[in-house]
Design a binder for this molecule. Structure first.
Ligand SMILES: Cc1cc2nc3c(=O)[nH]c(=O)nc-3n(C[C@H](O)[C@H](O)[C@H](O)COP(=O)(O)OP(=O)(O)OC[C@H]3O[C@@H](n4cnc5c(N)ncnc54)[C@H](O)[C@@H]3O)c2cc1C
Length: 379
């Protein structure tokens, strides 16, 4: 009798990465991937950037084809741990030898009906159609809200952004960089209303971008341990044997950061999927990557490394407010994260510092003439 296949629930970036990881590690068996959307795995980041701006086509977003059976437009309704099988919403099911949950996240919804949300290609198409009306309201000045506002302004659309917090992307970037970014958006003509507790009720031209929630319900219903994400170890193992989780839905132990984190970044999802896929094939490589993301707004490329862990001091390299510059976030003198604006090189060096745990004095961090690359090598 042939063994049941490896089953993957979800067909996003992490699912795609996991097939790469499985195959690279030498797994030659059957892999079946279930995806609720009609599209095969694709890149979501362009949905609020080049695709929304009409500068990338649908086919440009698609990730390379892999050796896996894709069952698209197919929702997994239940995981039966005892029977080692998944049950499908449309009836039927499939047994698994190993199971990966890579269900991603979804936009947090407002209680009020109405408004547009952005996670899938079809939603980006709808949003783009709304932009042609010349007016957009955005609830939420997080990175998606900010990126969409930037695209819309570049198309000449009148944009109002509401956020109860005092500055855009505040939770990630902090008040100093957040205030600067507020100025950038205002300078481009965005009517940015921060510190506003009550945005108006969402209408047909309102994008609601108020954060996202991990899709953990399937895992929770099956009795898997969840704690702000599906709880997994450094190899993506859940509390149940042969069941793994990766990507936006997972809260994983990061040996590098010394903390359990849930990350919502594309590159992290792909790499996490790769590492967990390898573990499913019996090759344990703990996931050591430092989370990294980028955000394009106007002519600015903002890059961030770190996992939003607490910090108590900001050290700036370069002239603050005049790109290229980078803000380093320190906690009791230890580097925790960095955000660079048009300063990819410094951010990649900061990433290396975080990965190796090498500590550098704040004076050196602040001094653009000092080479961080050389310092980032572990002694
Ligand atoms: C508009 C936008 C812009 C972004 N920009 C950036 C950026 O600039 N930089 C960056 O680093 N990150 C960005 N991200 C985040 C990045 O896209 C995500 O971190 C990444 O897609 C996560 O991959 P994933 O595979 O974990 O989840 P997803 O990509 O969400 O994939 C999960 C898939 O599982 C499916 N699914 C869920 N439940 C079921 C079920 N029960 N049965 C079958 N299928 C199911 C979902 O429909 C979905 O297709 C952006 C995200 C969005 C939405």
């Amino acid at each position: 009798m042939t063994a049941p296949p490896v089953v993957i629930v979800g067909a996003g970036a992490a699912a795609h990465g996991s097939v790469t990881g499985l195959r690279r590690a030498g797994f030659a068996g059957r892999v079946v991937m279930f995806g609720r959307e009609a599209d095969p795995p694709y890149e979501r980041p362009p949905l609020s950037k080049r695709y929304l701006a009409g500068k990338a086509r649908r086919e440009d977003l698609m990730l390379p084809q892999l050796e896996a059976e894709l069952r698209l437009d197919t929702e997994v309704a239940e995981i039966d741990l005892e029977a080692r099988a998944v049950r499908l919403a449309g009836g039927g099911g499939l047994g698994y030898s190993r199971l990966l949950i890579a269900t991603g996240a979804r936009p947090r919804r407002l209680e009020e009906e109405g408004g547009l949300y952005l996670r899938e290609i079809s939603q980006a198409d709808r949003l783009r159609a709304v932009l042609t009306s010349g007016r957009l309201e955005v609830a939420g000045a997080g990175f998606i809200g900010c990126e969409v506002a930037a695209v819309a302004r570049q198309m000449g659309v009148a944009v109002t952004v509401y956020d109860p917090l005092p500055a855009p992307m505040l939770r990630v970037l902090g008040p100093k960089v957040g205030d600067w970014l507020a100025g950038v958006h205002r300078g481009h003509g965005v009517d940015l209303r921060t510190g506003v507790v009550e945005p108006p009720a969402p209408g047909p031209a309102t994008l609601v971008a108020v954060g996202s929630l991990p899709n953990v319900e399937l895992a929770q219903a099956a009795g898997l341990e969840c704690d702000g994400g599906i709880a997994v170890d450094a190899n993506g193992r859940t509390s149940v044997e042969d069941v793994y989780a990766a990507g936006d839905c997972a809260r994983f132990w990061s040996p590098t950061l010394g903390a359990a984190v849930r990350v919502e970044h594309f590159q992290t999802a792909v790499r996490h999927g790769e590492a967990v896929g390898a573990a499913m094939a019996g090759v344990d490589i703990p996931f050591l990557e430092v989370p990294w993301f980028w955000s394009d707004q106007y002519d600015l490329s903002i890059q961030y490394v770190g996992a939003g862990l607490p910090w108590d001091e900001v050290v700036v390299r370069g002239r603050f407010g005049t790109p290229p510059f980078t803000a380093f976030y320190l906690e009791q003198g230890r580097l925790r994260a960095a955000a660079g604006v048009n300063d990819g090189r410094t951010v990649s060096h900061a990433r290396r510092l975080l990965a190796t745990g090498v500590q550098v004095d704040r004076e050196i961090l602040a001094d653009r003439s000092r080479d961080l690359k050389a310092l980032a090598k572990p002694s």
